[in-house]
Write a protein that binds this ligand. Structure first.
Ligand SMILES: *[C@@H]1O[C@H](CO)[C@@H](O)[C@H](O)[C@H]1NC(C)=O
Length: 424
């Protein structure tokens, strides 16, 4: 990459997570070096210093898109955006980092999948990136590889699927094992929460009814299928005391489950996606096949038109006047989503997008390793471990008679019972 030089962003309102103020920002060698009023005295700018006038504008941290699938091979298809096109699009929207998913086939190595995704991404990425890794099957090898990925490869999040039966889906006991491992190695468990068994049955039912169009996609996996799996994942994670991140929460029912768990103090996060906030599933019933089909995703957009507002409101609980510094009288989220478009995007200290023009090359982005036991999450997990671990009741030991049950004998009795019933 070319030398990055120095950049002064002048006179904008700098917005951080805790407060905002009008200030200059000096960036040098890809790092923010100074923040303050009038960093540069009047007069000619020193050589090699580029000045961006941000008067009357917001200066925001680059966005991180935590859920992307670039050039993802899936059931014989592939995402149209590769790591070049997709990360360029990200920069145009002010997103300077993506987190994609390395997804191994059932039975194959997690580390190999991770290296494969890196080999696809490294030469192509225009913005920084990191990788989640999916756990699509369970074995001692998987368990070992998760540790290696967390300790040596910068992976601190693992995704488990409760849907895609026969392809990626894990059973409850495997989820329990995977969540337990996440806890041991300081990772966060992620779930695609939909009841995979019910989806298979639902699909059969829709086909039998002659429903083969995009509406069948939603009909075979209605809200309850998502809400049930969401609650199940939260229950398992809570038993293990492992932090949980529910990817793409798409329905009011599932969002309520997540919100309730959070109110109860569980370490659970629900992920919104733009589609779920911006539109709804009534489009599946469009008479135009293309229009309807373009709205298909899993879990599906919901036909209840009040869903986007409901999901947006839950987000607004998190980004609200309450969490802002008192003097601030505007809402960051509104500023970003409803009223603003990125004019300039800076990545690694360089202007990479300005007035609709890119100045970036494939491979300019870098892989960002993430460390295990992230404090933001694991401080709470540690606290819960300390306060929520049950202890035995102190009592005098039992001294009475002990009777041993004989399981094998009981099984035989059971079979005998079945035979008798069969003949009657
Ligand atoms: C593109 O970026 C390079 C490296 O920072 C810089 O030297 C060059 O002037 C930029 N080009 C444009 C058109 O801004």
């Amino acid at each position: 990459m070319a030398p990055q030089g120095r950049l002064l962003i002048r006179g904008g309102r700098v917005v951080n997570d805790d407060f905002s103020l009008v200030a200059d920002v000096l960036v040098e060698d890809g790092v923010v070096r100074a923040l303050g009023q009038d960093l540069l005295p009047p007069g000619d700018a020193p050589q090699g210093l580029r000045i961006l006038d941000a008067t009357g504008k917001l200066v925001l941290p680059g966005g991180i898109d935590t859920h992307t699938h670039m050039q993802f091979p899936f059931m014989g298809s592939q995402s149209v955006d590769d790591f070049y096109q997709g990360t360029k699009a990200a920069l145009a929207g002010g997103t300077t980092m993506i987190i994609d998913f390395a997804i191994p086939q059932k039975g194959s190595s997690l580390i190999e999948a991770f290296e494969t995704w890196r080999s696809w991404a490294d030469p192509k990425v225009c913005c920084d990136y990191s990788l989640h890794v999916a756990v699509t099957w369970w074995s001692d090898k998987v368990k070992e590889e998760m540790k290696t990925l967390a300790q040596d490869k910068g992976v601190n999040s693992f995704k488990m699927f409760m849907a895609y039966k026969g392809l990626y889906m894990l059973q409850d006991e495997q989820m329990y094992a995977a969540f337990s491992r996440c806890k041991e190695i300081g990772a966060i468990a992620q779930v695609h929460a939909e009841n995979g068994d019910l989806i298979v049955e639902g699909a059969k039912k829709m086909l039998a009814l002659g429903i083969t169009g995009p509406e069948g996609h939603e009909l075979c996996r209605p809200e309850a299928v998502e809400a049930e799996a969401t609650l199940r994942a939260i229950t398992i994670a809570s038993v293990v005391n492992c932090p949980l991140y529910v990817v793409h929460v798409m329905s009011k029912s599932a969002a309520k489950v997540v919100a309730d768990a959070r109110r109860e103090g569980k370490v659970v996060y629900g992920e919104p996606i733009a589609a779920g906030l911006g539109t709804d599933g009534t489009h599946h019933w469009s008479k135009e096949w293309h229009h309807a089909a373009h709205h298909v995703m899993g879990p599906p957009l919901r036909p209840d038109p009040s869903t986007p507002g409901f999901l947006m409101n839950l987000l607004a609980k998190r980004i609200s006047a309450k969490t802002h510094h008192q003097a601030v009288n505007f809402n960051i989220f509104e500023g970003m989503v409803c009223h603003g478009v990125p004019l300039v995007t800076i990545s690694r200290g360089r202007v990479v997008y300005e007035a609709g023009v890119f100045n970036v090359s494939a491979g300019d982005g870098k892989f960002i390793p993430r460390k295990p036991f992230a404090e933001y999450i694991y401080n709470r997990i540690k606290q819960r471990d300390q306060t929520c671990t049950p202890t035995p009741v102190q009592r005098a030991p039992y001294k009475g008679e002990v009777f041993t049950l004989k399981p094998r004998k009981m099984e035989e009795d059971d079979r005998a019972g079945t035979r008798v019933q069969g003949h009657s």
